[in-house]
Structures are given as C-alpha cells and as structure tokens.
Design a binder for this molecule. Structure first.
Ligand SMILES: [Zn+2]
Length: 214
C-alpha cells in the first residue's frame, strides 16, 4: 500500500517503543484534517508533535505522521507518565481517521465511512500486523483503559477493522494450532467468506473508481 510521508518537524524525536501489543483507532473529530493540521494542534498541547502514527484521510490516502516504532501520544491516561499501570501509549500504534463519526446536534457529521477510507484503514492494519507480529488487539480509543472519550464515535465501523485481526489470526491458527477441534468447519467457512468479501469489495471499489473517472 502507498503510505505518504508527511515530513513534520518534531520538537525532539519521540522514543522508540519496547513492545507493540495493539492498534488503537481514532477519529480526528473534525470534518477535515491534514497531517499539518493535526501536528499543529498537538504541538499546541505541548506534545512533541502529531500524536498519532498514521492519518487515513477521507479520500483513502494514508499518511505517516510519526515513526510507527516510536511511542505515540494518542491514548494517554490522566496519571503521571508510566504510573497508571497501563502502557496505553507505550505499547500501541495509533491511527486517526479524518472525520467526525459521532452524532452532534449542531454541525455536520459522518454517519458512515466511505469505502475507500475503510479499505485504506484495513490495508494499513494488515501492513502493521505483518510488521508487528506481537499485536493481539485492535481497539477503539474509548475501549482503552482509563480513557474517558467517545472517540472514534458511534458511527465508526470498529467491527470492520477488528475483523482484519481475526481474519489474520485465523489463517495462522489453522496452520499452527492443532487444538482447534471446536467449530473448525464453521471457522473455515467464515475464512472463505471473508476472503470472498474482500475480493468483491475490491471489485466494487475499482468499478466505482472507474465510474467516477468517466
Ligand atoms: Zn481518540
């Protein structure tokens, strides 16, 4: 997949993570978000720079904001650094999706995610799962310990992103785990359906793009 470099200038370079256990998903809670805009806002909060590692834009482009092996600043808890008992930022990669995926009485919001943004996010997650094989979870920001937030919003398609991990693990499990006696047939069917769905989704995406270009 194409990942676009942002060349943001950080105050100092963030430290490297020691472990990578999960991926945390966010929305930018804005209708528009460029890498520079995110960087600017986070600098104003006195962070080193953009706190997320990646930004997936509405048009399906994927931008790297900070090195993905560095400690992020996207799901911290209100406790002195490292004192909360949770390593939210120190063990996760943060991906922000441009958009506002939550109801609000005033102002526009996104009540669904466009396919090209969804697909780009799924591709990015697949890429990260390959790069960091110790990843065991994909969570919404609001699902992280001690994070009181609605991020990434009720209309954010969490299940569609979490499935990427299930699908990847299932494939590995079939190869390596001999104890999967329960419901193997069902799992394999699921596996096949997921694969077919991905192919169909991709075909639809290509057709839509072709129609749009015409
Ligand atoms: Zn968030």
């Amino acid at each position: 997949m194409d990942i676009i470099k942002s060349n943001l200038v950080f105050k100092t370079l963030p430290k490297k993570r020691k472990r990578t256990r999960g991926i945390v998903l966010h929305h930018t809670a804005s209708l528009k978000a460029t890498p520079e805009w995110v960087h600017e806002i986070h600098l104003k909060r006195h962070w080193l720079g953009a706190g997320y590692h990646y930004l997936v834009r509405l048009d399906g482009t994927c931008h790297i904001l900070r090195a993905d092996d560095a400690i992020g600043a996207h799901c911290g808890v209100n406790a002195p650094y490292g004192k909360s008992g949770y390593n939210n930022n120190r063990e996760t990669v943060g991906i922000a999706f441009e958009g506002y995926f939550h109801y609000r009485a005033q102002g526009v919001y996104h009540d669904k995610m466009e396919f090209r943004q969804l697909l780009a996010g799924q591709e990015l997650i697949k890429h990260l799962l390959k790069k960091y094989p110790d990843i065991t979870f994909i969570k919404a920001h609001k699902e992280m310990p001690l994070c009181r937030t609605a991020c990434p919003g009720d209309y954010f398609p969490m299940d569609k992103f979490k499935k990427v991990l299930d699908y990847d693990l299932v494939k590995d499990d079939v190869k390596t785990d001999v104890n999967r006696a329960d419901g193997d047939a069902t799992d394999n069917t699921e596996d096949d359906i997921m694969e077919l769905r991905t192919i169909i989704d991709r075909a639809i995406c290509v057709l839509n793009e072709a129609a749009r270009i015409k």
